[in-house]
Design a protein around this ligand. Structure first.
Ligand code: FE
Length: 205
């Protein structure tokens, strides 16, 4: 079986926002799709480790801000590489507003948002699949939506290497972090984006 075939699937990128008991939070996901037209429904799959997953589960409401090609790496770093358990991601965050449902949406680096109410949730083990009715939406810009492939080729910083040494290293395919060494420890966690060793690829530097 050619596992690389999975890489040919295309994905959008989104900031998923929700709130529960007065605490707002948001995270980056790539799993937003429209699943039915009449009635208009979307689905999202969210890792249970994400604080936002708990908020969606408890509140039953969320907004999906659609990231555009104008998004810079800072948005991914801010919403993707830190946890709402540790920081308040909306404290002093300038590029946001409250949508009609009271939840935040991201207003820069995005081209639209969709507000939704959860109708069904499916426990998938590591993730929860939420199927939700669309309540409201707004277009924010005419920029093209950012795909995961666009993030990989245009937004993620290129690793800056001072020399070509011929050494073996391991590169995080999510954020570009370089770990120098012949072997990457199996329990290694990327210090920048917190993704596991399985998201690293062997490279020569
Ligand atoms: Fe990383």
């Amino acid at each position: 079986m050619d596992k690389k075939a999975m890489y040919k699937l295309s994905y959008g990128l989104f900031v998923l926002t929700s709130a529960f008991e007065g605490k707002d939070n948001g995270c980056i996901i790539n799993t937003g799709i429209q699943v039915t037209n009449e009635p208009n429904r979307i689905s999202i799959a969210v890792n249970k480790d994400n604080f936002t997953q708990k908020q969606v589960q408890k509140s039953g409401r969320f907004n999906l801000s659609i990231l555009s090609e104008a998004a810079d790496f800072d948005i991914f770093r801010h919403f993707g590489f830190q946890s709402g358990r540790d920081v308040d991601k909306f404290a002093n965050y300038p590029d946001c507003k409250r949508a009609a449902n009271g939840l935040y949406v991201i207003t820069a680096g995005t081209n639209a948002y969709i507000s939704a109410t959860v109708e069904q949730s499916v426990d998938l083990g590591s993730h929860t699949l939420f199927i939700a009715a669309v309540d409201d939406m707004e277009t924010l810009s005419n920029e093209s939506s950012a795909t995961y492939a666009y993030y990989q080729s245009q937004i993620k910083p290129k690793p800056v290497l001072q020399t070509t040494s011929g050494k073996t290293a391991w590169r995080c395919t999510v954020c570009g972090y370089i770990y120098e060494g012949e072997e990457l420890p199996a329990d290694f966690i990327c210090p920048l984006c917190k993704h596991p060793a399985s998201d690293f690829e062997k490279v020569t530097i």
